[in-house]
Design a protein around this ligand. Structure first.
Ligand code: HEC
Length: 221
């Protein structure tokens, strides 16, 4: 008798779950859900997604060993990387708007205003964030040292004045030269040209032309 009652309960639970599953399937397939980036999530959905995102990043990044982020050479290298690849989405000191960023959802944080934990930043820059516009820069051929240079630079970025930003970017060697500069002491005085033809680093990301450092700063306002 008791056993039969139990079986009935199980059948009801399974039936209800199947109905919910079918309903979700119908809703998903019906096209009723608006995927448009200009149709924002409910706060509860957004907060849930943020929680999944933050926990996923944090669990993966908490044991990453952080190098010396105060190394001036690393910071300078990162300045060139940042100016070449990140400002269209993450802005720069004195610039609060970009045409690319305004319609993005989730919106990229303004890295000249917010501080990101270095371990999290390293993991996100290397691996990207699924279903957002944040690319996995590790897949574009950037080694860990280059990624740490970006982390070192964005550590210093909040609080930098537009003048300080422009000055450090102007001093930084351009993006594609740095990937070849593995011998450390090599000065960046060589001319562009012949070496580029042989550089695998720049051909590894054909869709991301390295902007001259000054283009990012002058085009924005
Ligand atoms: C095409 C746009 C785009 C470009 C280019 C881009 N990002 Fe992002 N980035 C995003 C978006 C969107 C997010 C936020 C994703 C989210 O909220 O889940 C993000 C998130 C991040 C975060 C994590 C911030 C946090 O709150 O934890 C860091 C760090 C970051 N980006 C660094 C960079 C660096 C460094 C570069 C250049 C090498 C770069 N990004 C280039 C779109 C971009």
């Amino acid at each position: 008798m008791k056993m039969k009652k139990h079986t009935e309960h199980v059948i009801v639970v399974v039936a209800v779950l199947a109905l919910i599953g079918a309903g979700l399937g119908f809703y998903a397939y019906s096209g009723l859900y608006n995927i448009g980036a200009d149709s924002h999530h409910w706060p509860i959905t957004y907060n849930f997604a943020q929680m999944v995102r933050n926990r996923s990043i944090h669990v993966r990044s908490e044991n990453i060993k952080v190098p010396n982020l105060n190394d001036p050479k690393l910071i300078l290298k990162g300045a060139g990387q940042y100016a070449a690849m990140c400002t269209s989405c993450h802005l720069e000191p004195g610039v609060n708007h970009s045409e690319l960023r305004v319609g993005m959802y989730p919106q990229p944080p303004n890295l000249s205003k917010v501080h990101i934990d270095p371990q999290d930043a390293f993991w996100v820059i290397k691996h990207g964030i699924k279903m957002s516009a944040m690319p996995a820069w590790g897949m574009a051929g950037h080694d860990d040292e280059t990624i740490w240079s970006m982390v070192a630079f964005i550590e210093k970025l909040p609080g930098m004045t537009p003048q300080q930003y422009k000055a450090i970017v102007a001093k930084a060697p351009p993006d594609e030269d740095m990937d070849m500069d593995d011998d450390g002491g090599h000065a960046h005085t060589h001319a562009h040209g012949a070496e580029h033809a042989a550089a695998p680093a720049s051909s590894a990301m054909p869709n991301v032309p390295a902007m001259p450092a000054s283009a990012g700063t002058s085009a924005s306002h």
